[in-house]
Design a protein around this ligand. Structure first.
Ligand SMILES: Nc1nc2c(ncn2[C@@H]2O[C@H](COP(=O)(O)OP(=O)(O)OP(=O)(O)O)[C@@H](O)[C@H]2O)c(=O)[nH]1
Ligand SMILES: [Mg+2]
Length: 293
């Protein structure tokens, strides 16, 4: 059997389940997930090594039709590059839902790029027949190497998706050791898990005004001691994140710490503070400092 190896850039509009799918494909929660769109901000690599094939998945932000802030324009650019620079683009759409935003996301993938389409969330369908006309219409939008209906939630058809992706990947030896799961470090995942809890516990708008910075990450024997700052854009947002008597921040930090302990397999101390960094989502200098080039 020829050995294959390559990168797979996850792409699509926000909220189609790209991060959920990455986690399901590699069998570990690497990329944060929320019911709100535009959760993912960073490229997250998830590596799956199987006999005969190494899959290097790259999760990316969702492509937004109307990017209002500098941050969102940077995220769109990041998403475009991830799909373009990969060996294969994995275009993730929701079953029975192909919107203008999906079309725009698809158009951002260069014409010559090889694309596999994953039609996600099929667990929500009443019957599978409903998919046939949808697949027919989707097939007319682009020349896909394959179209695979899947459910990131239940794991349905994940093996079929892996087979289709294998076919689309170039021949080559593995790039990473077989037991390596990601190229991101614990510091990165600590920040992401804290950001996920902010997305889960705050209202519609505030999560988009928040960013997490890890100020220090120390290993003390078996304990990981982590100090983090949550940046907000305005003074008025700070008390909202804190909640009455600091109760909300405490709940957010506790939930994040528990997830970190699960992922790292050891005790974590997490200190979290809230600071105002005025209009950071539109400040090119701050965005650069935060790693949004
Ligand atoms: N029913 C169902 N829901 C799903 C499935 N996959 C993802 N979801 C839900 O869809 C929502 C968005 O999931 P994400 O994985 O964060 O989506 P995303 O495409 O990464 O979103 P962005 O990072 O914002 O672009 C979450 O509420 C998930 O639980 C699925 O297969 N079935
Ligand atoms: Mg995501």
């Amino acid at each position: 059997m020829t050995h294959r190896c390559g990168t797979i850039g996850m792409t699509g509009r926000p909220n189609t389940g790209k991060s959920s799918l990455l986690n399901r494909l590699v069998g570990e929660k690497l990329s944060i997930v929320s019911a709100k769109p535009q959760t993912t901000r960073h490229l997250v690599t998830g590596i799956l090594t199987r006999p005969g094939c190494q899959y290097i998945f790259v999760d990316a932000p969702g492509q937004q039709a109307s990017a209002k802030s500098t941050l969102h324009r940077r995220l769109n650019r990041r998403a475009t590059e991830a799909a373009r620079d990969a060996d294969v683009a994995l275009f993730v759409v929701e079953a029975l839902k192909f919107t203008d935003e999906d079309r725009m996301a698809l158009e951002r993938i260069p014409k010559e790029q090889r694309i596999v389409a994953a039609i996600n969330k099929i667990d929500t369908l009443k019957n599978r027949e409903q998919l046939i006309p949808f697949l027919d219409r989707l097939a007319k939008t682009r020349d896909f190497a394959a179209m695979v209906p899947v459910s990131a939630r239940t794991g349905k058809n994940i093996q079929e998706l892996l087979s289709a992706l294998r076919e689309a990947l170039p021949e080559g030896a593995a790039v990473y050791p077989a037991d390596q799961l990601t190229d991101r470090d614990e510091r990165f995942f600590a920040a992401e898990l804290l950001r996920e809890k902010i997305f889960e516990s705050m209202g519609q708008e505030l999560p988009y005004r928040c960013e997490v910075v890890i100020d220090s990450f120390k290993q003390e024997g078996r304990l990981r001691r982590i100090e983090a700052t949550i940046l907000v854009e305005r003074d008025s947002q700070k008390p909202i994140v804190l909640g009455a008597g600091g109760g909300r921040l405490k709940r957010i930090a506790t939930a994040a710490r528990k997830d970190m302990e699960k992922l790292f397999g050891g005790k974590v101390y997490l200190g979290a503070w809230v600071k105002v960094r005025k209009a950071w989502t539109d400040d090119a200098r701050v965005l650069r400092q935060l790693g949004y080039e």
